[in-house]
Design a protein around this ligand. Structure first.
Ligand code: NIG
Ligand code: FE
Length: 394
């Protein structure tokens, strides 16, 4: 049950790239047992030689919405004719058009439509995927989405974590009454989903077109009373102080953050909240206010990078492409981008058993047709994955 990988350049992602040239890595069962220079490798194991290829931890996509029905290509066309994402949302399109399609779909339909997206992610080196609900917006439809997410994790070898996001939009039947929606649907669906073991974390969309900090605060208080960790779509289109609210609830992450304030950065740094950067949404919405990367870096806030794969603002499945955009559009370094899809992404999900190539970690490993980790961010839309090993299995 042990296998030694040789002929590899290992980017262990322990304190930066943590590069070991001419390395070897021993897998025992579903765990990494040893890694170091090939000359020091333990002897007597079956070996697999990878001819100088780069090996990294399997990539972790810490923010996705891949369970949904239909698509929003027509909205894409409208935006190209000048309509904004917010205008479309206020007119009942946007997220709500996906809600209509998702409510009409069965759990099996949702799985059938999400599987090609999940497979596209796996083909690009992803081995752990967070999936949010948030297109059901009734108790039954939120549960349906979360059950679909759980089943996706059984249909493929990757780890799927499920995030409850009923506080994503205000459905038509609660228009003008978001407080009642929080009380009637968001909190009860959270309790029901938690009772069924369907929730790993709780998220919300804090924005002028969605929920106020006071409404999110009530949901987060209910979540934490259940012992659940929270995360937040914060400061994407405007600054409502969502990052400060998230930090007050010891959030795992605050995500998007284009309009993040210095106070938000300071509070996140103090709380140890990860900043999840979503360059696909920035790109798709042709945003011109980048998240404050330099200030986050200076404050020592760990940054994750995720696809935000969703039908409206980021129809993207490739983490290496997200890394490329994080560097070129947002000026992250390739090292930060890879930390953002490994070590820091694990932290954004509260997972301590993955994200580095260190003894004891899960054997989730990506083997690339590349020699140096900067190549992963440098190429645009490349298909650079050679093979992946998930839970010790090739
Ligand atoms: O992360 N910002 C809110 N939610 C998603 C978009 C969802 C959608 O447009 O369908 C996001 O960008
Ligand atoms: Fe999102």
């Amino acid at each position: 049950m042990a296998i030694l990988l040789t002929g590899i350049t290992a980017a262990t992602m322990t304190g930066g790239y943590g590069l070991i040239p001419d390395a070897a890595l021993l897998i025992e069962g579903d765990r990494i047992a040893w890694t170091g220079p090939r000359s020091d490798a333990p002897k007597g194991h079956e070996t697999l030689d990878f001819k100088g290829r780069l090996v990294t931890p399997g990539l972790i996509d810490a923010h996705t919405h891949i369970v949904f029905a239909g698509n929003r290509a027509a909205e894409f066309e409208r935006r190209l004719q000048g309509a904004s994402y917010e205008e479309i949302a206020r007119a009942g399109g946007g997220i709500l058009s996906t809600v209509t399609a998702t409510r009409a779909a069965t759990e099996d339909d949702l799985i059938a439509q999400a599987l090609p997206r999940l497979d596209a992610m796996i083909a690009q080196g992803t081995t752990t995927v967070e999936i949010k609900s948030g297109y059901g917006l009734t108790i039954a439809d939120e549960l349906k989405m979360l059950r679909a997410a759980r089943r996706l994790g059984q249909l493929r070898p990757v780890t799927v974590t499920a995030t409850h996001l009923a506080a994503h939009a205000i459905p038509p039947e609660y228009k003008g009454n978001p407080d009642a929606y929080i009380d009637d649907v968001a909190i009860p669906s959270l309790r029901a989903a938690h009772a069924e073991g369907l929730v790993d974390a709780v998220d919300a969309f804090c924005e002028t077109i969605a929920f106020t900090p006071a409404q999110v605060d009530r949901l987060f208080t209910a979540a934490r009373a259940l012992g659940l960790r929270v995360k937040l779509h914060a400061e994407q289109l405007s600054d409502l102080g969502g990052a400060q609210l998230a930090a007050r609830h010891a959030a795992l992450s605050a995500d998007h953050l284009e309009h993040l304030s210095p106070e938000g950065i300071a509070d996140m740094a103090r709380a140890g909240t990860v900043a999840t950067i979503l360059p696909g949404a920035y790109y798709t919405l042709r945003d011109t206010t980048p998240p404050p990367i330099a200030a986050l870096r200076a404050a020592g806030v760990p940054m994750a990078v995720a696809t935000d794969c969703n039908p409206g603002s980021s129809p993207m499945t490739s983490l290496p492409l997200a890394m490329n955009m994080a560097c070129t559009l947002l000026r992250m370094t390739p090292e930060e981008a890879l930390l953002g899809t490994t070590t820091h992404a694990a932290r954004a999900l509260g997972l301590t058993d993955r994200g580095t190539l260190a003894p004891g970690q899960r054997a989730d490993i990506a083997i690339w047709d590349a020699g140096h980790p900067a190549e992963l961010s440098y190429r645009i839309g490349a298909e650079a994955l050679h093979k992946s090993i998930i839970g010790g299995r090739l």
